[in-house]
Design a protein around this ligand. Sequence first.
Ligand code: FAD
Length: 438
Amino acid sequence: MGNDRYNAVVVGAGPAGVTAALSMAKNNLSVALIERGKYPGCKNMTGGTIASMPFSQILPEYWKIKDIPLERRIVSDELWLLDNDSAVRMGFTGKKFGMAPYNKHTVLRYKFDRWYADQAIKAGAKLFCSSLAVDLVYHKTGPLAKKVDGVILEGGDVIHADVVILAEGAQAALTQKAGLRKRLKPNEMTLYVKEVLELPAERIEDRFNLERGEGASIGMIGFPTSPGIGKGGIWTNKDSLSVIVGGYLNQISGKGLNPLGLLERFKGHPLVKRLIEGAKPIKYMGHIIPKGGFKKIPTLVDDGIIVVGDAAEMISGRRGMDLAMITGQFAAESVAQACALDRYSRDILASYEERVKGSFFYQNMKKGKSTEAYFNKHQDSDFLITKAMNDFGYKYFEQNLDSDKSNLLKMLEELINMQPLSKSAKDVLFGLQNWGVL
Ligand SMILES: Cc1cc2nc3c(=O)[nH]c(=O)nc-3n(C[C@H](O)[C@H](O)[C@H](O)COP(=O)(O)OP(=O)(O)OC[C@H]3O[C@@H](n4cnc5c(N)ncnc54)[C@H](O)[C@@H]3O)c2cc1C
């Protein structure tokens, strides 16, 4: 390993790194893929679902691949405003999403990432597991002094490459070391815990009203992390359920909330309890999501270096894995161009930055730039709006002896008494935006 030189070395075998490695290897470039875990995905976590779109571009007709470890095709997507013992539910169930090319699938990263990395190996990339990249190597002399020229692994091995792609995920230690990204503050990241609970496929289908192979996604705000901002969620896998809960790190610690305690409390909610009844916990994990938003997007390229995926803060609403893949693909295209010119300076690699800036998700992130500031200022917004909507729902559906008009006036009066209507409208808008609906 020590004396090898590659066209590119990719740090991190998550969706961003593997996509970059796969795409470059398919393009006949030599690629080293470095992963600190014992195998790709062993330390990785997601909610969650993976969108089909980037996937079908990277692996055309992926659904025909026999051993692909996708769990269920999502046909039912819901958001619940969850109060102490009730919920206002909104969502969409669509059979069209159950047909190829599909909309999104549930995945378990400890299965998926390993399989995905195998595709990169089959294409020619070299994977090095249990290998922690601890530093960058720089050209020392000449016009390209300060150009990144490889990575140093824990233990001292050095891997040289024309370009280093940093796909190291949310913590982004090397991206920080390279001076491209600042350390995230606790109010710029969310912390989630997740439990996977085993349940037979037929019981999942019965319980969530699904046909064989179909899946459901239920996101919940309000109760899961009240009195702070956060989310809970339940996703159906083939024969297990993923249950997550979490929120802004500063709010969790500032309010003395314990993530494990939040998970137990969430699982004990009467409406959640029913969905997971009889399911047996088989895995437990925790992870952070960078939530600095648009203003915290780091410098994306420098001489000999490109940052992709979570390391580059590419998170928009509920989407992260697909954006990681797309940025991995963009990086691979720019490296191929650089290799063709045999030039790896910042101005050549800037084509990656241009691709990102021209993307749909960059536009979305730009639009959502003030979300984090709003939620840190109004930490009760999810809770208040959930409460109001549940009170409203109760009164709307309650059969009483008052006229419709007096019922409506009572509902409005309560809403106005809680807080100004303009603030409630903002809470709803930001809540939906945070969940990824707008
Ligand atoms: C609770 C939760 C729910 C989520 N839900 C969804 C969802 O439903 N849909 C969605 O699209 N996204 C979701 N996301 C976001 C999504 O998981 C991330 O956006 C995505 O995993 C980013 O991919 P990545 O390849 O950039 O980073 P990662 O997946 O984090 O991969 C980084 C890899 O780099 C390795 N690594 C790190 N540092 C080093 C080093 N120095 N040397 C060697 N290896 C290193 C790690 O071990 C890891 O394998 C969720 C995230 C969380 C935490």
